[in-house]
Design a protein around this ligand. Structure first.
Ligand code: BES
Ligand code: ZN
Length: 630
């Protein structure tokens, strides 16, 4: 890994352009929240892991875990196979969080270990004295019921109401809450696992899953490709499988299986289209797991088995860009991986760019254009609201919990940057570059600097007439969006702008707007671009004409409920409450809690919903919203 130093904070471009390594520092300890952030970032250093992969690198895990729903506990062992990078290394440092370590052994004998005190979000370092011989240790442990990366659901919190459910969410730094390991994206491991569950239930993992496995409560998995720890995932529940295509299928509870398979029926076409343009799919099968509505994200790209929120099952495929996104991570993220969380945009920006391309290939240019405009608007909202330091692609996360810094910047700004490269060199040339990039860094974890060096060596060299390193560094290290960046445009929104303007001017009534042909994206654009303040009469008119309070599309409902909170439109509040207590996806609930928290009366409603929903929320959703109800 590079140990180049660069200036942090808002980096002056001219400084970076000609910037050469200006020295080296010694390996410093992880910066904790309480420590002051000094002036220099060590590029490639993972500030979110205590582990020591520069000395000893774990290469394979063998898990044997029992799932205890009564105690909300995973217990058992993990064998860690390692390689000494430094021949003299005698310690292995692992990340843990809220774990109870009962024994560590090597060659069948107990060996010494020290579990440090716990940092507020990094967890606790587990330092193990390695024996001189051997290349493998075994840790016996169990998790805490509060493990940040695990959600335990009671039968009542599932669709079927008969059986409990469990799922993990490792990204960014939560794998350590259910496995003691080197929890850094620059460490890649293969893994094998035995998962023991109640007999009626099925376990699935981010590994090879056999849909026809006998349901006997003991499940074996193998992930033969090396993956970063944030992609290790497990779910257990009353799961069933339905094939969608030759290499694609869906797992979910029985009651939503058919709806999910129909909604995501184009997954196989997406896979084929992506392979054709960006190179072979590396992971054999691509299946989806549909989780209960408390899943805190839209989706998570766990290899071979993306985890998906049920809130995108709209009945009309209108929200399936989420699937394109998680699938695209099979290239950008899962084969070429960000080396540290500072480099997250390499995962999410590339993936967002690929998502747009996949949507265009499978659904056409009109759909792509609408999604690109909506994405650009979401980016603008963040640029208008975030501190300058948080608007850069290569962000300074030292001393910060990555969960607290989640925004559209790595996604949409990253994608817009790549779109500009594409427009400057032409699509064919850019696709050739991406194909080569995925091949060059296949199964590697890379920093932003490594990407930039590669870009400079390839595309910039070949197209120096249209590309410059100054511009590239501006994209990566300056806040906002550079001047003359691409501007996504959609003709389908012209009529929407006109209708909104006419209605706001009082020239037409809501019921006279010709919405018959409108698709979800047009509705979102219509609502998201309303002025901040609307009168009760206007809100009632919209609601009467379009029944927005009762919209079954969770994104449209979200936009409408946000307007309703901001304008205190009470007829929507029963639905708002229902929405907040039945969905745990942060992107959908957090803006609502935030808006409610701005007034005393709103806060009361937020408190009521939060108190009722809290037991069913994921730890991440609780953490992200509890501040709004205090
Ligand atoms: N990998 C992300 C989710 C993530 C990112 C979890 C960072 C933790 C830390 C996933 O691929 C994602 O981007 N999900 C989005 C999808 C959307 C942009 C289509 C989500 O959940 O909203
Ligand atoms: Zn993503």
């Amino acid at each position: 890994m590079t140990t180049k130093l660069i200036m942090s904070a808002v980096v002056c471009c001219s400084l970076l352009m000609g910037c050469s390594p200006n020295g080296k520092t010694e390996q410093t300890a992880v910066v904790t929240a309480s420590e002051a952030v000094s002036t220099e970032i060590q590029v490639g250093k993972d500030y979110h892991s205590f582990s020591n992969p520069d000395e000893v690198k774990v290469t394979n895990l063998v898990l044997d875990l029992t799932v205890d729903f009564e105690q909300k506990m995973l217990s058992g062992s993990v064998q860690l196979d390692y390689k000494r990078v430094l021949p003299s290394a005698d310690k292995l440092v692992l990340d843990t969080r809220d774990l109870t370590i009962t024994n560590v052994s090597a060659n069948g004998k107990t060996i010494p270990f020290v579990l440090a005190s716990q940092d507020s979000f990094l967890g606790a370092a587990l330092t193990i004295d390695l024996p001189q011989v051997g290349d493998s240790i075994v840790v016996q442990y169990h998790t805490s019921p509060q493990a940040s990366g695990v959600q335990w659901l009671t039968p009542a919190q599932t669709a079927g109401k008969q059986h409990p459910f469990l799922f993990t969410q490792s990204q960014a730094i939560h794998a350590r809450s259910f496995i003691p390991l080197q929890d850094s994206p620059q460490v890649r491991v293969t893994y094998q696992a035995t998962i023991r569950t109640p007999e009626a239930l099925l376990a699935v993992m981010s590994a090879a899953n056999d849909p026809n496995t006998p349901r006997d409560g003991v499940y074996e998995f193998s992930m033969p490709q090396p993956i970063p720890s944030y992609l290790i995932a497990l779910a257990v529940g009353d799961l069933h499988f339905k094939a969608m295509g030759e290499r694609t299928g869906v797992y979910s509870e029985a009651s939503i299986l058919d709806a999910a398979a129909a909604e995501f029926a184009d997954t196989e076409s997406m896979l084929i289209a992506t392979e054709k343009t960006f190179g072979p799919y590396s992971w054999d099968r691509y299946d989806l797991l549909i989780l209960p509505p408390s899943f805190p994200f839209g989706g998570m790209e766990n290899p071979r088995l993306s985890f998906i929120t049920p809130t995108v099952i709209a009945g009309d495929k209108s929200l399936v860009s989420l699937i394109a996104h998680e699938l695209a991570h099979s290239w950008s993220g899962n084969t070429v991986t960000n080396a540290t969380w500072r480099d997250l945009w390499l995962n999410e920006g590339f993936t967002t760019y690929l998502t747009y391309r996949i949507m265009e290939m499978v659904y056409g240019e009109k759909r792509y254009a609408m999604e690109a405009v909506l994405g650009r608007q979401e980016l603008q909202t963040d640029i208008d609201n975030l501190a300058k330091n948080d608007q850069v692609l290569a962000i300074d996360l030292r001393g910060r919990d990555p969960d607290d810094v989640f925004s559209n910047i790595p996604y949409e700004k990253g994608a817009l940057f790549l779109r500009e490269l594409e427009q400057k060199v032409g699509r064919a040339e850019f696709d050739k570059f991406l194909l080569a990039y995925f091949k060059h860094f296949n199964f590697q974890s890379i920093t932003t600097d490594e990407f930039v060096a590669y870009l400079q060596d390839t595309l910039v060299k070949e197209h120096s007439d249209v590309l410059s390193m100054g511009r590239i560094n501006e994209w990566i290290h300056s806040p906002g969006v550079p001047e003359n960046a691409p501007v996504p445009q959609s003709d389908a929104f012209t009529v929407v702008d006109q209708a909104r303007a006419d209605w706001l001017a009082g020239a037409i009534e809501a019921k006279d707007i010709k919405v018959k042909e409108w698709v979800t994206h047009q509705w979102l654009y219509f609502l998201n671009n309303m002025p901040e303040k609307l009168s009760q009469k206007q809100l009632a008119e919209l609601d009467d004409a379009f029944d927005l309070t009762q919209s079954h599309n969770n994104e449209i409902a979200h936009s409408w409920l946000l307007i309703s909170v901001n304008n205190w439109y009470e007829p929507a509040f029963t639905r708002l409450h229902e929405y907040l207590v039945s969905i745990g996806r942060n992107k959908l609930v957090k803006p609502l809690y935030k808006a409610l928290s701005h007034t005393a009366e709103g806060k009361k409603m937020a408190q009521k919903a939060f108190t009722e929903a809290k037991d069913g929320y994921h730890p991440l959703t609780v953490k992200a919203n509890e501040g709004f109800v205090e």
